[in-house]
Design a binder for this molecule. Structure first.
Ligand code: SAH
Length: 248
């Protein structure tokens, strides 16, 4: 049980598997005014950077579930590195349908809302683990500007224009689900570069170390085409943010 291998290759050196810098992750933690001892559930926790740094900086207690064996192992190593192994737990597994035994103060899914079948389904799933008055965190893309054609949307690696909303529409959609948006931190072009451009050096080094791997052709093709594709499409059209929601 694992995610497609290409992600385990291209994002193997990422601590944050999203267009957020460490600074933006810290800004989000500060913005939420987290109290020590707050329980956090993180579905699709990746390499655990959010839970580990917030455990260190704010004294929170967290559980993360992720389908990537590699990322989960990295998350456990990061917890050791930051001295927070008594505060965080990382589980390798499918987070679809996962509900915490003990209710949490913050239930999060950053950049993995397919886990609940989309934004609305993921909010409904997270809500099952949330104590009354708790905060849901959703990390999700939105269109910075609407793609003029479906080809441009596909250039952003979206299935279609309909996959994402403009920011005001995304916020309105949270509101229609009965949630107040109580905070948000948005990616910018520089933080997108940290996510996307960081893959290129990882791919180049991987190719040098694994020239005969069955995946080498695919990784080579991606490394050749990705910089121009990213600059033309994703960087211009796609935004990303984390939205903090409280039930009205
Ligand atoms: N929230 C993390 C990771 C985001 S990338 C961060 O911001 O760094 C998306 C993550 O979802 C990847 O780590 C991937 O392994 C994980 N994932 C994909 N499908 C999943 C599933 N069904 N259950 C749990 N994790 C999943």
């Amino acid at each position: 049980m694992d995610i497609p291998r290409i992600f385990n290759i291209t994002e193997s050196a990422h601590r944050i598997h999203n267009p957020f810098t460490p600074e933006k992750l810290a800004t989000l933690g500060t913005a939420l005014r987290l109290e020590a001892g707050t329980r956090i559930l993180d579905l699709g926790s990746g390499s655990g950077e959010m839970l580990c740094t917030w455990a260190r900086d704010y004294g929170v207690i967290g559980t993360g579930i992720d389908l990537s064996q590699l990322f989960t192992a990295q998350a456990k190593r990061r917890a050791v590195e930051l001295g927070v192994t008594d505060q965080v737990t990382f589980i390798h597994g499918d987070a679809a349908g996962y509900v915490a035994d003990e209710k949490v103060g913050v239930a999060a899914c950053l950049g993995a809302t397919w886990i609940g079948g989309g934004v609305a389904g993921t909010i409904a799933l997270l809500a099952q683990s949330l104590r009354p008055g708790g905060i849901i965190l959703i990390g999700e893309p939105y269109w910075r500007q609407l793609p003029p054609t479906e080809e441009v949307a596909k250039g952003c690696l979206a299935g279609s224009i309909a996959d994402f909303l403009l920011l005001p529409e995304l916020l309105a959609s949270f509101s229609r689900l009965g949630y107040d948006i109580v905070e948000m931190v948005l990616a910018d072009k520089d933080s997108w570069d940290r996510y996307e451009a960081a893959k290129w050096l990882t791919m180049r080094r991987w190719l040098e170390a694994n020239p005969d791997d069955t995946f080498a052709k695919e990784v080579r093709a991606q490394l050749t085409s990705e910089p121009a594709r990213y600059a033309a499409y994703t960087r211009e059209y796609l935004g990303w943010g984390v939205f903090a929601l409280m039930k009205r």
